[in-house]
Design a protein around this ligand. Structure first.
Ligand code: 5GP
Ligand code: MG
Ligand code: MG
Length: 184
């Protein structure tokens, strides 16, 4: 723990080894569900990009990959629950079996929006795989079909997740030191 990033980490919540083991299990579960099909893995940018890379390899499926980027309208520090697409699908998804790949399921606003958006675009089915789940913060009745780890109500970074666009390249999931927020 001595890199420039690591000195800002208060504690490690999920180690690199735990991530690897759990993602192998998630990949196997996806293989069982979609073997013989050709699902479209849809990553929610930017937070899911590292998870996507590991999950789709772990699944060993014949699959396509696509990304979408969304942002929640912010009103101060409170998410209004309204979601806007900032980078849209680049292909027709009519009749496709979609696997949404998300970094963290928090209020549920993003995934509730995406599910109805994808259904309206003609998706045949949608399943949600989230690396992390913070059930204590849920506002919308949306649940993941597969989830890696349940985390407490703390702001986490690493393995794709950022604070102010930094720390995405930490190889584990950690909690930042409060001083990092207080200095910005
Ligand atoms: P939701 O729409 O479910 O409230 O939240 C979705 C997005 O908020 C996540 O995809 C993620 O980008 C961001 N988010 C929520 N909680 C955290 C957290 O603890 N750490 C980080 N880095 N992002 C979070
Ligand atoms: Mg996300
Ligand atoms: Mg972020």
């Amino acid at each position: 723990m001595n890199s420039e990033m690591e000195k800002d980490i208060l504690k490690v919540l999920v180690t690199e080894e735990e991530l690897k083991t759990r993602i192998a299990e998630l990949g196997e579960a996806l293989y069982k569900r979609y073997e013989g099909h050709r699902p479209l893995f849809l990553g929610v940018l930017k937070g899911s990009f590292i998870f996507m890379a590991d999950l789709m390899r772990a699944s060993q499926l014949m699959c396509d990959v696509e990304f979408i980027a969304v942002s929640s309208y912010q009103n101060g520090t409170v998410s209004s629950g309204r979601v806007q697409i900032t980078h849209d699908l680049q292909q027709d998804i009519t009749g496709r079996e979609i696997v949404i790949v998300e970094d963290i399921l928090d209020s549920g606003n993003t995934l509730a929006f995406l599910k109805s958006y994808l259904m309206a675009k003609g998706a045949k089915s949608i399943s949600i795989v989230t690396l992390l789940d913070k059930p204590s913060r849920r506002e919308k009745a949306v649940e993941a079909d597969l989830s890696g780890f349940v985390v407490p109500d703390e702001f986490v970074v690493g393995y794709g997740l950022d604070y102010a666009q930094l720390y995405r390249n930490l190889p584990y999931i950690g909690v930042l030191k409060p001083a990092v927020y207080e200095n910005t």
